[in-house]
Design a protein around this ligand. Structure first.
Ligand code: PLP
Length: 388
């Protein structure tokens, strides 16, 4: 099997597995218990907080554990909206290609009387295809803006956003800045202080950690309102007994991936170039998103006259695990909102193929994939009687 769906989820790395096993066996206590077993668990919880904080340039007290990226996005945005509403500020700036965890939270706020500006990422004012420009963000901020939320990198087309510049603009204008860093954590360097980030969401299973664990970084002084009622875990910001095995696994995975970040990125960029060059040679293939400002592991194309689902099934028959884009929309025939946002027609958007690399992929796998995609696209077109 050739696994090329690392943006959907990644294989658990060995340090994460070891950390999890230790919490599933010997270190099984409840971190809120007073006795020795509980205190041992509490020490692991604190150590995990320290590790994650160090990886993103934060302080341990600024880290709140959640059930994943979706919860982290929801809570960050709803908290900022609540604080904004208290001072009469009910305008939010975002982009048209955010993950549904962000878009649907913003749409919910829209129904509650908030005004949302979804920045267009298809026009000449962008900083590259699928890249929002800092000037667009600056131009959209108003006196009643309470939040800017722009993802660090897009989960479908991999485009990297100018987070540091957006952060600087927001800081100058006194507006909170949240970034969904689910696709960048462990893959690109993050420093919340240098990048002027006020709130940030992470998800463990995108960087070699387990599913069902995530983080909110919220800068000291910002109010993080709980989504649920319950106990006083996570300093009252997120009730419920902490999922210690997953949290310890997440910390170990983030530390491990940050240690290898440059070497992995170098290796993956070479494979990415090889894959993009190979697929670009297929007639009627269109690269999605900026060629340079993209995550090291992301390759995304649309093929004229092809339906993604059939292509994915045939590639799967050849042992290649690929995707049409976001895992959350696969299984439906709707064109991706991300591709529509960068100006693709619905017909073209329905022929999407996302291949996302991991540190274990080899040049031989890349060559095999290029051959498989070329053959499969040609076969599907010949069945439809389309010449390219
Ligand atoms: N944000 C982005 C950019 C994502 O890619 C994902 C998952 O695909 C999420 C949020 C949701 O994360 P989780 O699966 O941990 O809920």
């Amino acid at each position: 099997m050739i696994y090329l769906d690392n943006a959907a989820t990644t294989k658990l790395c060995t340090p994460a597995y070891d950390a999890m096993v230790s919490c599933l066996t010997g270190n099984f206590g409840n971190p809120s218990s007073i006795h020795a077993s509980g205190q041992k668990a509490a020490a692991t919880l604190y150590r995990s907080r320290e590790i994650i904080a160090a990886c993103i340039g934060a302080e341990p007290s600024e880290i709140t554990f959640t059930s994943g990226g979706t919860e982290a996005d929801n809570q960050s945005i709803l908290s900022a909206a609540l604080s904004g509403a208290e001072t009469g500020k009910k305008h939010i700036v975002s982009t048209a290609f955010e993950h549904h965890a962000v878009i649907n939270t913003l749409k919910k706020l829209e129904k509650q009387g908030f005004e949302i500006t979804f920045l267009d990422v298809s026009g000449p004012e962008c900083g590259g295809e699928g890249v929002v420009s800092p000037e667009q963000v600056a131009g959209a901020i108003r006196p009643d803006t309470c939040l800017v939320t722009v993802m660090s990198a897009n989960n479908e087309i991999g485009t990297i956003q100018p987070v540091g510049e957006i952060g600087r603009i927001c800081r100058e204008k006194g507006v909170s800045f949240h970034t969904d860093a689910v696709q960048t954590a462990g893959h690109l360097r993050i420093n919340v202080r240098e990048q002027n980030i006020d709130m940030l969401s992470l998800s463990a299973h995108k960087f070699g950690g387990p599913k069902g664990a995530g983080v909110i970084f919220a800068r000291k002084g910002l109010k993080l309102s709980p989504l649920m009622e319950g106990g006083s875990q996570e300093r009252g910001k997120r009730p419920g007994t902490e999922n210690l095995p997953a949290i310890a696994g997440m910390a170990a995975a983030l530390e491990y991936s940050c240690k290898n970040i440059d070497a992995d990125a170098d290796r993956m960029r070479k494979l990415q170039d090889r894959l993009i060059d190979g697929i670009s040679a297929i007639p009627g293939s269109i690269l999605s998103g900026d060629r340079v400002k993209r995550l090291p592991g992301n390759v995304h194309f649309c093929f004229e006259g092809i339906e993604s689902e059939t292509l994915l099934l045939l590639l799967d028959n050849k042992g290649i695990c690929a995707s049409a884009g976001s895992a959350c929309v696969s299984g439906s025939l709707e064109p991706s909102h991300v591709l529509l946002a960068i100006g693709r027609t619905p017909e073209i958007a329905l022929g999407a193929l996302r291949l996302t690399l991991g540190p274990d992929n080899t040049p031989e796998e890349i060559d095999e994939t290029v051959d498989a995609v070329r053959e499969t696209v040609a076969k599907l077109r010949s069945l439809r009687g389309t010449l390219y």
